[in-house]
Design a protein around this ligand. Structure first.
Ligand code: HEC
Ligand SMILES: [Cu+2]
Length: 361
């Protein structure tokens, strides 16, 4: 007859059969892989997914490394789990308590296991070093240098062209690059440590106050690649994103020529625009610059070509006239603690300012 305890144990066993365990593991794996396989960044899905998508030579080798390391880890874990199951299931004769020697030690397993692990680890080390060396520098000299400075909580982006200073300009939170060309990015910080990271184009690099770091990015195909600050830098760290727009050389050159221009509001422009410009000079110019006007502030993003940007406030809002006004009046609700204050505007002022901002193509 079974004892109460045996009954209980049998019941407990019944509640989670190996099949149940398999089914729940299967479901978990399915959920994780579906989430990971989410759509490409161009369509807005999983832009930070660097495990399944890489879009340039600085990112593809590390993606492959990730796959191989994952496959190895899964293989080793499965093997260990199988061995464990075999060990648990194997029936052994009871040890004879009167025998002088116990059972055989099974030390051979340890030697073989340690030997195999060492070889596998050494091989992965070599592969990691080769991968790191292959992404350390681009195959050809970068065709462009962009100086990115991280601020709490946005990115200043300065284009510098030694050959033609007329093409030097500053923008924010949106970086354009020509497709298929390596681009050097020099990285600085204006305040605390941040990290520049465009997952599908390259690994992350910190921006450290008082130091200039460097990295390179290159995109194989046109598209918009999301970047993100990846070093916790304070309250709005999560809202410190940016976009890298990779485009054909011709489109890039056109964009650059446009951005290098300053703004000049024509004499013929509407009274609203002039009032908005005056208001900007009074309330905003201390922090923001609009090249070609008296506004020369450097505390906040350069707004010369504000309307050409896709997103506002470091990826927090899409850039529409309504969102611009919402941001200006409620920056502290939208991005609490950000270094842009809420600015109260009368209805007439808001209309004038909005009209002026809409000229900043
Ligand atoms: C005290 C300095 C300060 C003043 C004054 C100020 N801003 Fe800002 N502004 C900032 C900072 C800092 C940011 C970046 C905030 C962030 O993204 O965290 C910013 C961001 C912005 C952005 C988003 C830019 C982008 O590329 O995403 C707009 C638009 C803007 N400000 C407009 C204005 C207007 C219009 C005024 C005047 C009515 C104004 N600001 C006054 C500091 C200021
Ligand atoms: Cu940051």
């Amino acid at each position: 007859m079974r004892t109460l305890w045996q009954e209980e144990r049998a019941k407990r066993r019944r509640t989670a059969t190996p099949r149940d365990v398999l089914v729940s593991w299967g479901a978990a794996c399915w959920a994780v892989s579906t989430a990971a396989c989410a759509r490409q960044p161009e369509t807005g899905g999983a832009p930070l997914n660097y495990f399944l998508h890489a879009a340039g030579p600085a990112a593809a080798p590390t993606m492959r490394l990730g796959w191989i390391m994952t496959a190895l880890s899964v293989g080793v874990s499965t093997l260990v789990a199988l061995l464990l199951i075999v060990a648990i299931a194997r029936k052994r004769p009871h040890a004879d308590p009167t025998a002088l020697r116990g059972e055989r030690g099974g030390l051979a397993w340890i030697y073989v296991g340690t030997g195999i692990s060492s070889i596998v680890l050494l091989a992965t080390l070599v592969y990691v070093l080769i991968t790191l060396a292959s992404v350390a520098a681009p195959a050809q000299t970068p065709t462009l240098t962009i100086k990115v400075t991280a601020y709490d909580w946005w990115w200043k982006v300065a284009y510098q062209d030694a050959a033609d200073p007329a093409l030097n300009f500053v923008t924010a939170n949106e970086i354009h690059i020509p497709v298929g060309e390596p681009v050097k990015v020099t990285l600085q910080s204006a305040d605390v440590i941040h990290a520049f990271w465009v997952p599908q184009l390259a690994g992350k690099t910190q921006t450290i106050p008082g130091q200039t770091n460097e990295q390179w990015i290159e995109a194989d195909r046109p598209g918009v690649y999301r970047g993100q600050c990846s070093q916790f830098c304070g309250a709005q760290h999560a809202h410190m994103a940016f976009e890298v727009v990779a485009q054909s050389r011709a489109d890039f050159v056109a964009w650059r020529a446009e951005q290098a221009q300053g703004q000049a509001v024509q004499a013929a422009s509407a009274a609203d625009t002039a009032a908005g410009k005056r208001l900007f000079g009074d309330r905003c110019a201390g922090c923001h610059a609009i090249r070609g006007t008296d506004a020369q502030g450097v505390q906040g993003p350069d707004l010369t070509h504000l309307d050409s940007r896709h997103l506002l406030a470091a990826g927090t809002l899409t850039n529409t006239p309504a969102h611009q006004l919402d941001w200006i009046e409620h920056a502290q609700q939208i991005k609490p603690d950000s270094l842009m204050p809420d600015i109260a505007l009368t209805v007439a002022d808001a209309a004038a300012l909005s009209a002026y901002l809409s000229t900043l193509h």
